[in-house]
Each structure stands twice: as C-alpha cells, then as structure tokens.
Design a protein around this ligand. Sequence first.
Ligand code: ZN
Length: 224
Amino acid sequence: MSKKKPPSFGSAIFCNSATQGESGKVDCRGIFTSFLAWSYPTFMRNWQAIVTIYDLPKKTIGVSVAIACGRGKKETLATADVEKREGELGNVLHIPLRYQFHKEGIYNIFFNIIGTVKMLKVPLKVSTQDWPEFTDREIESIRRKKNLPNAIRAVVICSDCSKPYTFEEALLPGHKIADGVELFPNSGFIICESCGTKIYLKDVQGQVRSSMKTAVQRVRKGVE
Ligand SMILES: [Zn+2]
C-alpha cells in the first residue's frame, strides 16, 4: 500500500459572511481582497476566511491563522479543528476572524496546519480613505430631497461584552436625535459602560458618512 499523502492547503479567500451546508459546501457573501479604513485603530473588523485543504487524514487536524503587517510580527487570529468529510477530495473550511487594524498597508494572513510546516500566505490590503466632507450644494440637496436621509444610524456592538450602542450622524443643523441614540463623539471613542473597553468609532463614522455621500451624489446625478 502506498504511503498516504500529508494534508496540504489548496487556496483561501476572504468574505463578509459564510454558512456551511449539509453537503459541506460553503455559501459565501461579499468576497473581498481589501478593507477600506477611515481612521486608526479601526473598529474591530469581523470577517470569514474560506480555506480548502486536501488529503485530510482520518484524525482531526488543527489549523492556525495568524496576521502580520508586511514583514512585521505575527499575531495569532484563530485556531480551528478540521475533520475529514467522507467522499470529498478537498475539504472547505470557514474560519471566523476578527482584528483591529492599527495602520494601513499590505497585511499577510498565514494559515498553518498545526504540527507541520504546511503554510499558506494570503495578502489582505488595508487602505485609508479620505474623510467624507460634504459641500454646501450636497448639504442643500439633503435639506431639499425627501428621498435622502438627513441622518444615518449605526449600531456598534462592544467587541468584548456585546453591549449594543446606537450612534447617529446628522448633517443638518438643529437635527433632533431620538432617545437611546447618541451622536458620534468628537473624541472618536467611547468607553463601554459595561466592561470598560475603549470602542473606537471614527472608522465607523467615516463609513457612515461615506455611504451618505454616495447616496447624495447618486441623487444629484439623477440616478434615483
Ligand atoms: Zn463592553
């Protein structure tokens, strides 16, 4: 009998969310290769890595995932156990990842089959976006057009204790905010009331402003 091949990686991609069906196939939504960031540290970003592994042994193996910026120090992001699925050549794994980026650049995500030298390296870019500013004309459009929101809310969940907070970005002066909603703080962060974690909000605020700006520009161009 020939010697069994050791397990090895096929490929990996990143996406916003993923679910694994009965057959073992993974449905992914929102595949991406880079993160856009409006401020650092970013809000805690959550995403999924979809990894394929071939020649899995009968016993369970472990896979570790680490991140490094450029040639910087590696930090472990996750570890996962992989079991062989009968009748399949390759195995598709989805591993939830979370990380708070401290600077822009090309990061590398390293996948390793624990106890072996088998490694897969996948780049992930983090690029800084300009702070979305609104021109007087854009503000005037928001004031006049009923199909444009003049405020957008974002629910921010504390990454440590899961306490939810609702923030609102309003562009028109004199905007009244509802109970239980706060404006984004000028400091760019809050301290979680429940667990004391510092929650950075500038990145989320930039994202919200960016989506508002896109909506305003579409209306102004007559798309909607
Ligand atoms: Zn908390």
